[in-house]
Ligand binder design. Structure first.
Ligand code: ATP
Length: 259
């Protein structure tokens, strides 16, 4: 039970942190998971802890890509499983796309199994990656292990809170990559076919909603994909951030003035 009072100004953010801490203790989240979460929190603070308007459009484009893909897979690590297990299960059902466990640290099948069981307990039907059977070419880290029936065959992979090496290797393997990463400067965000610069807790439910809205509309899907430009999306996010920071600075008044 949480000790965080409902009226605490940072209650929502503190509850997410609490969830990461709790799952660090259960072993679902890796030792470095809280550090990755903290980096995400910092960028979310800068964004204003809300989905930027330009990212709403990126989410629709990502939904179109997921629906048009032949074999999409949702790649899930410990932090993602701790933060949005039911929401990922729902997204998997809506597309439909299997979830595949992929961990960077502590690859022992115990941890993968823990993550898979957690996802299943929250409604996921198919969870791949517990006994990985294939390797991403030219990726030497443990994260290179993938499922022959999942990421190995996928034409599109949705990667959540990912490191840059694997994103690059998946792209080099001929796959499209949609990432969710709050840091628009990360290698993942800059390399992905499309990065959703948003907190996973907001982005995943919005993505499911967009998938449902576009399900019966192939023309809209194709128009969104035709207009897709991952670099332009990241540029819009950086412009949004720059303008927001300048507006916040202006609110503090002119230097030396008392406005
Ligand atoms: P890269 O190798 O791509 O430059 P990195 O080494 O920083 O990135 P990691 O630390 O492995 O990558 O990945 C964590 C990423 O996930 C960070 O960029 C962080 O901003 C992002 N992140 C953490 N928590 C969240 C969250 N809740 N929602 C969205 N993104 C998040």
């Amino acid at each position: 039970v949480s000790d965080i009072p409902d009226d605490h100004p940072r209650a929502a953010s503190l509850r997410l942190r609490e969830r990461i801490e709790r799952h660090r203790e259960t072993g679902l989240v890796a030792p470095a998971g809280p550090i990755a979460h903290g980096r995400g929190e910092a960028f979310d603070y800068l964004l204003g802890e809300a989905t930027p308007p330009c990212v709403e459009e990126d989410i629709r484009a990502a939904a179109a890509l997921l629906l048009e893909a032949e074999r999409p897979v949702i790649s899930v690590n410990g932090n993602a499983a701790a933060l949005v297990p039911a929401e990922l299960a729902e997204l998997g059902r809506a597309v439909p796309a299997p979830l595949e466990v992929n961990v960077f640290y502590g690859r022992t099948s115990d941890r993968e199994r823990l993550i898979a069981d957690h996802l299943k307990a929250h409604g996921a039907k198919t969870v791949l990656g517990v006994e990985p059977t294939a390797k991403v070419p030219r990726l030497t880290s443990a994260r290179g292990w993938v499922d022959r029936e999942g990421i190995a065959r996928a034409d599109l992979v949705l990667v959540l809170l990912e490191d840059g090496d694997r994103t690059r290797a998946l792209l080099d393997w001929g796959k499209r990559v949609i990432s969710v990463d709050l840091n628009p400067l990360s290698r993942t965000a800059r390399d992905a076919t499309l990065n959703l610069c948003d907190n996973i807790v907001r982005a995943v439910p919005k993505l499911t909603e967009a998938v449902r809205a576009l399900q019966g509309d192939p023309l809209a899907r194709r128009a969104l994909i035709a207009g897709l430009d991952g670099r332009a999306s990241t540029r819009r996010v950086l412009e949004f951030l720059a303008q927001r920071l300048l507006a916040l600075a202006a609110d503090l008044g002119a230097p030396g003035g008392d406005a």
